[in-house]
Design a protein around this ligand. Structure first.
Ligand SMILES: *[C@@H]1O[C@H](CO)[C@@H](O)[C@H](O)[C@H]1NC(C)=O
Length: 267
């Protein structure tokens, strides 16, 4: 009985997903706060959501939830629970390893882990999410090394990229480079934003151009601006993110309404 319910959920989910590439990167600290994802997801413009964890947020209305095993194992997202949680929570997709190229996980170590834990999952699967660093061995190089070691054995539906930088042309160049390097792969961008000292107005103009451009690129199948929270909650819970990107890209205002940047996701 349970299985057939999940099968129906999955069928509905794939209908919804065809309508939009847009998703919410929704941090854990939104739980219990005035951050209602329904402001984005109820109208069908935004159809995806993830929280860098393998537990499903209390509020996931009309949305496809993507679980993330961000580390090889963690207290909040125990690797031993990954498969139970995916089945019980009805995920459509799984994201794996968050920025392994910056967290000292070698491609070989990641491949061994991926084959054991992610390969057996029968939902859509994202390869480890790499940074936009162009340092040797990081970013797209790390991903290339990972794929070389996999040698066709790592089942996946798309590659997963993060990008942080200074301007829209740099962003487009990075995504186009990834497409040139991995021409047969679909691309998901699970974090992207300008870095400090970008103001909210500069973030607005960046996302104004980035979002329609991403919608027009056939090889991009999902994207998630950083980040679906408010400036105050980001400041209170993720100082490292504030130091790196500031708060101008927040999709919510402090009073819980949709920010000027957030409005772009609803066009
Ligand atoms: C975009 O940023 C890059 C890297 O900082 C810089 O080299 C380039 O000149 C900038 N382009 C524009 C159009 O501002």
């Amino acid at each position: 009985m349970k299985l057939s319910i999940f099968a129906v959920t999955a069928a509905l989910a794939s209908v919804v997903s065809a309508q939009s590439k847009r998703g919410l990167a929704y941090p854990w600290f939104n739980e219990g706060e005035n951050i209602d994802p329904g402001r984005f997801t109820n109208g069908g413009k935004v159809t995806w959501m993830y929280n860098w964890e393998t537990w499903r947020p209390a509020r996931t209305p009309a949305v496809n939830f993507i679980g993330t095993q961000a580390k090889k194992d963690s207290a909040a997202s125990p690797i031993g629970q990954l498969h139970n949680r995916w089945r019980q929570q009805g995920w459509t997709d799984v994201f794996s390893l968050n920025e392994p190229d910056f967290n000292d996980i070698s491609p070989q170590e990641a491949v061994d882990w991926y084959l054991q834990h992610i390969n057996p999952m029968t939902i859509r699967k994202g390869l480890p999410a790499v940074t936009s660093s162009t340092d040797a061995g990081k970013g797209l190089d790390w991903l290339q090394n990972f794929l070389n070691i996999c040698n066709g054995r790592c089942y996946h539906d798309y590659i997963n990229l993060h990008w942080y930088g200074s301007n829209i042309s740099q962003f487009k160049t990075h995504i186009q480079n990834a497409n040139r390097r991995f021409p047969n792969k679909k691309i998901v961008i699970s974090e992207f934003s300008l870095v400090r000292p970008a103001t909210q107005a500069q973030q607005q103009s960046f996302f104004n151009e980035a979002i329609p451009w991403l919608d027009a690129q056939g090889y991009v199948i999902m994207y998630f601006p950083f980040v679906a929270t408010s400036p105050t909650l980001l400041q209170g819970n993720d100082g490292a993110a504030v130091d790196h990107v500031g708060t101008g890209g927040a999709l919510f205002n402090n009073d819980g309404t949709v920010s000027a940047v957030g409005q772009i996701m609803l066009r």
